[in-house]
Design a protein around this ligand. Structure first.
Ligand code: ADP
Ligand code: ADP
Length: 213
């Protein structure tokens, strides 16, 4: 099993880049999507998680690790994962290293999507996601052909409840405090590939395809 990690602040384009990499054979693993599924199903985990997500706070490291460990247990040996939004704290990164040592998992690279804060705020305030397939749109930068309807499967497009201004501000602060330290952690391991994610969809996609296509 191998994995590539997508690292970057909320709105930097992790979900969008994942769509391109899935076409190259990666299995997309978004801990955010997994949590939103639990919220939709109103499981006990979902009910707890909703409170934290709506305040822009992380769920505990234990919950994040349980989701990833459960997934790896059911995985095929030749599977290539794309971790989107995991690890998000130093504790999670250290625990991922433990899994790498014990589970025959290879961490190939960490793609760092870099984008200035003012653009992140713009992107998140217009983000829309398909309720059925998770495809990501933007009201101005990537509108769907028909307002509110997914081009791919006709699903309804929704704004995320945590993409409101106050929560976005909080999430960006928490990113700087708790996730940005992972950049040095992975730089020291020689795994970081930086991408200037502030450019157009086409340019970002091209860079990713050159490096990982
Ligand atoms: P974004 O698109 O803003 O990067 P995600 O969809 O990846 O957001 O995650 C949404 C929310 O889910 C996060 O704000 C956080 O509350 C929670 N979350 C997702 N992944 C993790 C994780 N690995 N550890 C803790 N909390 C997480
Ligand atoms: P993340 O998963 O990192 O939170 P997303 O992939 O969901 O980020 O992107 C956030 C928003 O920004 C979405 O509405 C998406 O359509 C838009 N977006 C992503 N990449 C770009 C880009 N290169 N230029 C303009 N908008 C973008």
């Amino acid at each position: 099993m191998t994995t590539v990690v997508l690292l970057g602040p909320p709105g930097s384009g992790k979900g969008t880049v994942s769509e391109a990499l899935v076409e190259k054979g990666f299995s997309h693993v978004s801990t955010g999507d997994m949590l939103r599924e639990q919220i939709r199903l109103k499981t006990p985990l979902g009910v707890e998680a909703k409170k934290r997500l709506d305040q822009g706070k992380f769920v505990s490291d234990d919950i994040a690790m349980q989701m990833i460990e459960g997934l790896l247990e059911d995985a095929d040996v030749d599977q290539k994962f794309l971790f989107d939004g995991f690890p998000r704290t130093l504790v999670q990164a250290e625990k991922l290293d433990e899994l790498i040592r014990t589970k025959n998992l290879i961490l190939e690279a960490v793609i760092l999507l870099e984008c200035p804060n003012d653009q992140l705020v713009e992107r998140l305030s217009g983000r829309q996601t398909c309720e059925q397939c998770g495809a990501v749109y933007h009201l101005s930068y990537k509108p769907s052909a028909v307002d509110g309807i997914c081009d791919q499967d006709g699903g309804e497009l929704k704004s995320r409840t945590d993409d409101v201004a106050e929560t976005v501000r909080k999430r960006l602060e928490i990113y700087t405090e708790r996730t940005a330290p992972l950049i040095d952690y992975y730089l020291e391991k020689g795994l970081i590939h930086s991408v200037d994610a502030s450019r157009s969809f086409e340019k970002v996609r091209h860079d990713i395809a050159v490096k990982f296509g």
